[in-house]
Design a binder for this molecule. Structure first.
Ligand code: COA
Length: 259
């Protein structure tokens, strides 16, 4: 598939979506958002893509937020229209296969929110993260007020949102905003290693595990545990479980087919 604002590469079960506006620090304009949803639609049905990595082109930014140029001329009603319909952040958050934000530079505003919508965040040591919308007289609008406090706690989320302070990758890891920090030149290798590991496992089990953990955000514990049990049984019924157990007992590598 060809895009104007994204690059899409699929190799060894891992898809990499690269936001490709490096001269604008990969800011999210309408075209990026639209194309990201299209790319995810394509990857949802592509069995060759078992894990999706989202990153930014160049070495300066992951995504430096919403395209501020688009804000300049819009009326509130036009902005409301732009925020309705299928939203990129929600499409990423509800994507059935694992998603990793490979944070290679500034992840600000909508960029930080894009990372928050992913399952995992792996950041280069030099990356900077933050929710600086308040500087513009705005608040986060891509899930930052909801997903950030769930990840790092209300106090830390409010510090980022109300002070516009940018934090480095090491602090982001310390507060739980980032899951792993790598040296800058190791970011791609390490992220691909993790993605390929996941891509090698049963797609059925991976999908069910992701769905069960996702439910923990919204479900009371007893209902979540019941859901986990049902999903375990669903995994138990899969060909992949038979193959995984047989391979272990026969001391060979399993061949998973996602059934
Ligand atoms: N929207 C639109 N354009 C953006 C942008 C954004 N969010 N972030 C960067 N750009 C553009 C700049 O306007 C500039 O364009 P120009 O070359 O046509 O003037 C280009 O990207 C390079 O940006 P610059 O500021 O020169 O790069 P930098 O490396 O010195 O700084 C940032 C990078 C990310 C720290 C800085 O650009 C910035 O603060 N961006 C806004 C971040 C933000 O507030 N995001 C939340 C939006 S709600």
């Amino acid at each position: 598939m060809a895009f104007d604002t994204l690059l899409l590469n699929i190799e060894d079960g891992v898809a990499i979506i690269t936001v490709n506006r490096p001269d604008k620090r990969n800011a999210l304009n309408g075209a990026v958002r639209r194309e990201m949803v299209e790319a995810l639609d394509h990857l949802r049905d592509d069995d060759g893509a078992r894990v999706v990595i989202i990153t930014g082109a160049g070495d300066k930014a992951f995504i430096a937020g919403a395209d501020i140029v688009e804000f300049a001329e819009r009326t509130p009603l036009e902005q409301r229209d732009a925020m309705q319909g299928r939203r990129m952040f929600d499409e990423i958050a509800s994507f059935p296969k694992p998603t990793i934000a490979m944070i290679n530079g500034f992840a600000l505003g909508g960029g930080c929110e894009t990372a928050l919508a992913c399952d995992m965040r792996i950041a280069a040591r030099s990356a900077k993260l933050g929710q600086p919308e308040i500087r513009l007289g705005l608040i986060p609008g891509g899930g930052g007020t909801q997903r950030l406090p769930r990840l790092v706690g209300a106090g830390r989320a409010l510090r980022l949102i109300l002070t516009a302070e940018l934090i480095d990758a090491v602090e982001a890891e310390r507060i739980g905003l980032v899951d792993l920090v790598t040296d800058d030149d190791a970011l791609r290798t390490r992220t691909l290693e993790i993605a390929r590991t996941m891509a090698g496992f049963s797609p059925v089990a991976v999908r069910l595990a992701k769905a069960a953990v996702a439910a923990a955000w919204e479900t009371p514990l007893s209902a979540g545990l019941a859901l986990e049990r049902e999903m375990f049984i669903t995994a138990f019924a899969s060909d992949d479980r038979r193959e995984g157990v047989a391979a272990f007992l026969e001391k060979r590598a399993p061949q998973f087919h996602g059934r």
